[in-house]
Design a protein. Structure first.
Length: 241
């Protein structure tokens, strides 16, 4: 019996070693393809030009003009380690890879705010392994070029909020007839939840789904210690009115 167990153990170790070699070679292959994709993208749109292009679009909202509760809501919901990671979040990536392996599909991407900027400004939305690697190279380059506040600005000034609104200025004006700095806590958190799935969470599409998403954002804010549970319940009280 002990001999059989030793044989099984050695076989399992050999299989594990083979799997590790395959995984390493696969990562190297797609990493190389991703780097080539990244190089092609930045030749066409240099990293230094991304910020300038977005700022020149008009109605650009600076970080200091955004309500603090909106900033906290977006980061809690989308990328809670935004201020500390270098552009990629290994913890989120690991969790996403595990879920993708279980489902045998791209269920979760693990993308940071910086990666989303890279994807939206440099690449297509097509889900390819090499594009994820290209996104990582681009995110690291973006972090070297821009401050965290600048990256947050670039993100919220370009993301889609549903109902034809691109960027936080259009969203605040379109949904509430206000500048972003004038948003109430309720309105700011509502807008923070929409970009995750604009076609579903736009208040113009389904107020019920928008409110459910807002409730989830508030839960994440409480988990991140960005808001007290008491204040979250007060805002939730407004949802039902």
């Amino acid at each position: 019996m002990k001999y059989i167990l030793r044989v099984i153990g050695r076989t399992a170790l050999r299989l594990l070693a083979i799997l590790l070699v395959i995984a390493t070679l696969t990562a190297a292959y797609f990493g190389y393809k991703g780097y080539q994709m990244y190089q092609d993208a930045v030749r066409e749109t240099p990293i230094t030009e991304i910020g300038r292009t977005i700022r020149d679009n008009g109605h650009y909202v600076q970080y200091k003009e955004l309500p603090a509760i909106y900033t906290d809501a977006v980061i809690s919901a989308e990328d809670k380690r935004f201020y500390t990671h270098p552009g990629i979040d290994p913890i989120a990536i690991g969790r996403a890879v595990w879920k993708d392996m279980i489902s045998l599909s791209f269920v979760e991407g693990g993308s940071t705010i910086t990666q989303q900027i890279a994807k939206n400004q440099l690449f297509t939305q097509e889900k390819k392994v090499e594009r994820k690697f290209a996104e990582i190279f681009a995110a690291l380059a973006l972090e070297r070029e821009y401050s965290k506040e600048e990256l947050f600005e670039l993100y919220v000034n370009t993301i889609y909020f549903g109902s034809g609104y691109y960027g936080i200025y259009e969203a605040a004006q379109g949904y509430y007839g206000k500048n972003p700095s004038e948003l109430t806590d309720y309105e700011a958190i509502m807008l923070a939840g929409i970009p995750n799935a604009p076609s579903n969470y736009s208040p113009d599409t389904s107020m019920e789904l928008a409110r459910k998403r807002m409730s989830l954002v508030l839960d994440k804010m409480v988990d991140c210690d960005k808001i007290t549970e008491t204040r979250a319940n007060e805002i939730l009280g407004n949802i039902t009115k």
